[in-house]
Design a protein around this ligand. Sequence first.
Ligand code: SF4
Length: 189
Amino acid sequence: KEFAEISIKDIDQVANSSFPLCMHHLFGKLREDHHLKHGGRMQLGLFLKGVGLKLDDALAFWKAEFSQKVGSERFDKEYAYSIRHNYGKEGKRTDYTPYSCQKIIASTPSVGDHHGCPYRHFSEENLRAALGKMGVGGRSMDEVLDKVRNKHYQLACTLTFEAIHASSCDTGINHPNQYFSESQKILQS
Ligand code: SF4
């Protein structure tokens, strides 16, 4: 493995520094609402698995949030299974892989869902606010929004990455986990 596995104690810090906007948004909503619907749990859960969150840590992480909303008993009964399932520990024991940008961009979130790609699924107003919180402003903001208007969502994400890290990303962003590892490469060098 190229990067150290992330642990629960570092998760807020790495979420701030190295999660792409789609995961940053889901993570923030989970912390805020102590709940995510199925699509969000899948998108964020598999991403976290991809960045190296171990199954036990994943269970503890989700339980800490969901317990505040539905209680720990209901978490154990209704939600723990699907987390173990994502890690290939239940059902067909498939080892599920994290979603690519293409898959996330093509998803169709409904009202109350927080999954999807913000560049594709947010209103311009909400996207502006979310980018501002990530530290994107001025000319970078204009350039990102210009890509979005032309439906170049992954390029918009790449420009965001470059603005935040003050470093180029020549390969472009095509996967949230790739965004994460490119970011860690820069921050750890
Ligand atoms: Fe996430 Fe990919 Fe959209 Fe970036 S382009 S926000 S990594 S889905």
